[in-house]
Design a protein around this ligand. Structure first.
Ligand SMILES: NC(=O)c1ccc[n+]([C@@H]2O[C@H](COP(=O)([O-])OP(=O)(O)OC[C@H]3O[C@@H](n4cnc5c(N)ncnc54)[C@H](O)[C@@H]3O)[C@@H](O)[C@H]2O)c1
Length: 349
């Protein structure tokens, strides 16, 4: 399982500090640390609680205190071993501890492999909004081992799969069609997703233009997460966020209704759909969106699709202001869609 990663670690000078969550520790990281300790006895394993609640200042501070206590230096290495929560916290920790130390990521969820571990963005949440503090600090390496996915719950797997579909929507019509036809293997869609993310990040490393397309569905998703105090997971919120932003893309005259239907049909399949809408109003969600990082002068800005496989450029900005009226109309359309899944076209307003 670790044959790819160990050769990179054992000849490294300096101490290794592994950070994981307690679920991943029980499944893999305790054993990983034990094996590594045989070769590097000063290896340390730090555990944080699982879940979005760990993307917090408190957890970052606890980890910082531990690193200081242990005298971790710039020649040491952090390993983020876990899902997106672990890689987000550890990436931010690595970026700020001693003004930046090296880290690598061993993602253990699909979300981690196809998205969170790639591109160097990291962060923690604030009560006012998702990922409000963070940095752009890239890991030295990311080790992808799909065998970790075998122990993921169906739900957590699906949450990551929504990000895979998102790559098809924003960048690769062929990937989307393959997912629709169910003829893309797991290995293929992981590789394709990583390739797309890397390419987009390379073209816009500072997140000021094209990279915004990676946030398709995320304006709404982050507001849902925040307004439910993170009891709705990122992937589940993204499922709803993409459906809503598809309809906004249609109302704004870009995405065709035929494409909205195609995407909705894929999203409503048994193995993909989530269906539950958190009991939130359009007003509450819109208010939360005003705190989104891309909002300008208190007006949220949204990424839109021109067609499946392509986002709207808006002169290189890749996002556009979203009014309350447009959001409320799309929110209500998606609520109807979920309450009465078929026929989709009859729901058009
Ligand atoms: N930085 C980025 O670019 C980026 C991109 C996408 C998502 N994210 C962030 O990632 C987070 C979501 O990531 P996630 O979906 O991986 O959630 P997560 O890290 O909370 O993991 C989900 C659950 O799966 C468990 N788990 C992890 N690996 C497992 C395994 N192999 N087998 C069994 N259980 C396992 C975890 O303990 C946790 O309970 C969100 O905070 C999101 O904002 C960041």
């Amino acid at each position: 399982m670790y044959s790819k990663i160990f050769p990179h670690l054992i000849y490294r000078k300096g101490r290794i500090v592994i950070v994981t969550d307690t679920n991943v520790a029980d499944l893999y990281a305790d054993a990983f640390c034990k094996e590594l300790k045989e070769l590097k006895p000063d290896t340390v394993l730090l555990k944080i609680p699982p879940g979005e609640g760990s993307k917090s200042r408190e957890i970052k501070e606890i980890l910082e205190d531990k690193l200081v206590e242990m005298g971790v230096s710039r020649s040491d290495l952090l390993i983020a071993f876990g899902g997106g929560v672990v890689s987000d916290v550890v990436g931010y920790l690595a970026a700020t501890y001693l003004r930046g130390i090296s880290y690598i990521v061993v993602p253990t969820t699909l979300m981690g492999m196809v998205d969170a571990a790639i591109g160097g963005k990291n962060g923690i949440n604030h009560q006012k909004g998702k990922n409000l503090m963070g940095s752009l600090w890239s890991p030295d390496d990311v080790f992808i081992e799909p065998k970790f996915l075998l122990t993921l719950s169906n739900t957590v797997y699906r949450e990551g799969f929504i990000e895979v579909i998102k790559y098809g929507l924003i960048f690769d019509e062929e990937l989307f069609s393959g997912l629709e036809r169910r003829d893309v293997s797991e290995k293929e869609y992981i590789e394709k997703s990583i390739r797309i993310k890397r390419l987009v990040v390379k073209r816009d490393p500072t997140d000021s233009s094209l990279r915004r397309i990676l946030n398709y569905g995320h304006l709404v998703a982050h507001a849902i997460e925040k307004c439910t105090a993170y009891s709705v997971s990122h992937g589940r919120a993204l499922w709803l966020g993409i459906l809503i932003e598809n309809y906004i893309s249609y109302m704004k005259g870009y995405l065709s209704m035929e494409s909205v239907e195609r995407i909705s049909e894929l999203f409503l399949r048994d193995e993909i759909r989530f269906l539950q809408i958190p009991g939130l109003s359009a007003e509450v969600l819109y208010e939360a969106m005003k705190n989104d990082k891309k909002a300008a002068k208190n007006v949220p800005r949204v990424v839109l699709l021109r067609r499946i496989g392509k986002a709207v450029s808006f002169g290189g900005e890749y996002c556009t202001p979203l009014s309350y009226a447009d959001f409320a109309a799309a929110f209500s359309w998606v609520n109807n869609l979920i309450a009465n899944p078929l026929p989709i076209r009859s729901l058009t307003v």
